[in-house]
Ligand binder design. Structure first.
Ligand code: NAD
Length: 375
């Protein structure tokens, strides 16, 4: 069985889907691995390193049984994959109905990294978590570089510097890593999440949970947050305005799976912050938590720096690639049938069934199917 890893087509992408150690593991599994010329160039990994780890160097996906990517590919690339072959990657299924339709029409089986169940058993394959964790770290490093003050308290002969105040909105995987990173740098951290379970996790990292009584917020399937009502959102914004105004840095990470990110920081709340303070919006790529955020730009609004980097894991591309490649290896190992020397799709298995977005000419995820049919 042959696996191909093409170069990423997204212009600002610095990560790669397969690293040489991952190639070695896949080769040991029994797969023949080909990588596109220059796959690792953005990381300074040359073709010779891939060759040494057992890959061959090639140009196209035509012959491949499995094609492993990181970002959603352009539609014409999907059409070059042969029917019956497998596509692996982040496919943004809720935002790219055309791509899902193209994969279905091309007769592919699509293993969608966003749909890997968020369970203990699937942790090793959970690429949303591996990338979100690095994004949370990178957000704080970017903010620390752009803010006009230090993060820790410093007692000097010339005077005492108070620690920076960081307010984190959304304490999932990215938010918790942002809290931990800001704490390690010595900042005073406050955080809020709509899921009640998050309060204990925030406190366990040495941050102060902001408590807002929004009534029932609930949890959706898979531990995801439920979308709030417009009234609850308004109440949340009012209650957070004081914390934003007191903060030197605000990091927003709030997402509702499969939906546009909720707008949580309004222009009025931004105007209430001190000039020179910084907001990093991790949700910039999915609509933004902050009014006025522009993806991949830094804007100055009311003297506040609004930073909307949509590829924060790409700031630490070496580690992000290593973790993503490990996630892919774990997924393919889970699906590997040594006797048949191929992938086996056991639809009774929770991980396989959850991850397999497209198979046998069908879209298997109900929410995505209705989106594609309605588009
Ligand atoms: P996510 O990226 O979907 O959302 C980020 C955070 O935003 C979440 O914590 C969510 O509750 C929060 N949020 C949504 N609306 C908000 C609002 N209006 N205000 C403030 N915060 C808001 O979440 P994620 O990081 O991918 O995690 C999703 C869930 O999966 C969490 O419960 C997490 O603990 C769980 N998880 C479990 C495992 C595992 O068991 N292996 C692994 C990873 C994640």
């Amino acid at each position: 069985m042959r696996l191909f890893a093409p170069r990423e087509r997204y212009p600002q992408e610095t990560r790669v889907a397969l690293t040489p150690p991952a190639v070695e593991q896949l080769t040991r599994l029994g797969l023949g691995v080909t990588v596109e010329v220059g796959l690792g160039a953005s990381l300074g990994i040359d073709d010779a390193s891939y060759l040494r780890s057992g890959a061959t160097i090639g140009q196209s996906a035509d012959e491949a049984d499995i094609v492993v990517r990181l970002r959603p590919p352009p539609l014409d690339e999907i059409r070059t994959q042969r029917p019956g072959s497998v596509a692996v990657g982040f496919f943004e299924p809720f935002f790219q109905p055309e791509l899902v339709r193209a994969m279905t029409e091309a007769g592919l089986s699509a293993l969608c990294m966003e749909l890997i169940p968020r369970t203990t058993l699937a942790q090793k394959m959970d690429a949303l978590s591996s990338q979100a964790s690095l994004a949370g770290y990178a957000a704080v490093i970017v903010a620390a570089e752009r803010i006009d003050k230090v993060l820790p308290m410093m007692t000097t002969p010339a005077g005492t510097i108070t620690p920076a105040r960081v307010f984190v909105i959304g304490a999932g995987v990215a938010g918790l890593q942002a809290i931990a990173t800001a704490r390690r740098l010595g900042a005073r951290v406050e955080a809020f999440d709509t899921r009640p379970a998050a309060q204990e996790q925030i406190a366990s990292l040495g941050a102060k949970p902001l408590v807002i009584d929004l009534g029932a917020t609930g949890e959706a399937k898979g531990g995801y947050a439920q979308a709030l009502t417009p009234e609850q959102l308004m109440q949340q914004r009012q209650a957070m305005a004081k914390s934003c105004a007191a903060a030197d840095i605000v990091i927003t990470t709030a997402q509702v799976f499969g939906k546009r990110a909720p707008l949580l920081v309004t222009a009025a709340m931004v105007a209430g912050m001190r000039p020179g303070s910084v907001i990093v919006d991790l949700a910039a790529g999915s609509g933004g938590n902050v009014e006025g955020i522009v993806p991949d730009e830094e804007c100055l609004v009311s003297g506040v720096k609004l930073i909307g980097l949509s590829n924060l894991p790409g700031k630490v591309a070496r580690d992000a690639s290593q973790l993503y490649a490990n996630n892919v290896v774990s997924l393919l190992t889970h699906l590997w049938d040594p006797a048949a020397k191929g992938l086996r799709f056991d639809l009774n298995d929770e991980i396989t069934s959850g991850t397999l977005l497209v198979h046998g000419g069908q879209i298997r995820h109900d929410g995505v199917r209705s989106l594609v049919e309605g588009s």
